[in-house]
Write a protein that binds this ligand. Structure first.
Ligand SMILES: C[S@@+](CC[C@H](N)C(=O)[O-])C[C@H]1O[C@@H](n2cnc3c(N)ncnc32)[C@H](O)[C@@H]1O
Length: 283
């Protein structure tokens, strides 16, 4: 069978399995299995594919039909223009999270830290997406990236190495902030926020992501509230913390942290769909 014919066949199989970006995914799965670039793929469309190659491709297609997310199968996700390695040890970084990075960049550019290194904490780092993006953009800063999952930190380590920031990003295995020593100027966090009920109702792809990255507590807001209260203890005056959460959690979180005397102001930012998703905390 020729490559173009195989592409159409797989695309149809994916569509029948309910996968709507079937044409693109068909191409990406084939390229992953054959380990070829986009250019080689298009150059080879008329080429015959061997039985061994077809078997390898079908193995990946099977995984996708079973609803394993494409980034896990291809071990790749783009975040803020960076190519990241991902596997089932980490949450697949989401595009919404780039909004938090944008806000952090705005803060860093407007902050007069001219003669002193700014300290940044990426709390709940997962793949290291946020920490690595900031390390590339602000090489003079000191960056900590923490996570409770040592498995996730292994993936973050791979990404730090691939992006040449292993010396700039300090990876630390911590439960929340217990044991974190020192103070920082900026904190970014995308903690897990699904409730117990929501975990039971998620789309099949989400079930492949780590429980630790999804489950935020019985009501979903618990982990975020606990972390917000603890970050206020380590944030320098004039510093900021950004927390991404679900729009459904914003009101509960706001009411639970309203009596925190360390918080000076709270602001909210919208996601691409016009929902409040990001909490900006000033102390
Ligand atoms: C939603 S993922 C976010 C990953 C990454 N920051 C991103 O935006 O793609 C949440 C991460 O929080 C970590 N986590 C969960 N509970 C934690 C805790 N108590 N302390 C530190 N990290 C925790 C999980 O292991 C997971 O990597």
């Amino acid at each position: 069978m020729r490559l173009d014919q195989l592409t159409v066949k797989i695309s149809t199989q994916l569509l029948q399995a309910g996968i709507t970006e079937n044409d693109l995914e068909s191409q990406l799965l084939i390229r992953k299995a054959l380990n070829i670039s986009k250019e080689s793929y298009f150059a080879d469309l008329q080429t015959d594919i061997s039985q061994v190659e077809i078997k390898n491709i079908n193995r990946l297609v099977e995984r996708r039909i079973n609803r394993e997310p494409l980034p896990y199968i291809c071990n790749h996700r783009e975040f803020y223009g960076l190519d990241l390695y991902v596997d089932r040890r980490v949450l697949i970084p989401r595009q919404e999270t780039e909004i938090m990075v944008d806000k952090a960049i705005g803060f860093l550019k407007s902050t007069p830290y001219k003669n002193q290194k700014i300290k940044i904490l990426d709390l709940c780092t997962g793949s290291g997406a946020i920490a690595i993006t900031l390390a590339k953009l602000f090489p003079e800063s000191i960056i900590y990236a923490t996570d409770i999952s040592s498995d996730a930190l292994q993936v973050a380590k791979i990404n730090c190495f691939a992006h040449n920031v292993s010396r700039d990003v300090n990876l630390i295995c911590l439960d929340g902030l217990s044991g974190f020593v020192g103070e920082v100027d900026l904190i970014l966090a995308n903690p897990p926020y699904l409730s117990k009920k929501e975990i039971g109702e998620v789309q099949p792809e989400l079930l492949f992501e780590p429980d630790l990255a999804l489950y935020g507590g019985l009501e979903g807001w618990e982990k975020t509230v606990q972390l917000i209260n603890s970050v206020c203890e380590i944030l320098n005056g004039g510093g900021k913390a950004f927390f991404e959460t679900s729009p459904e959690r914003i009101d509960s979180i706001t009411s639970k942290i309203s009596n925190n005397k360390n918080i000076d102001t709270l602001e909210y930012h919208l996601d691409g769909l016009g929902n409040n998703r990001l909490i900006e905390i000033s102390v």
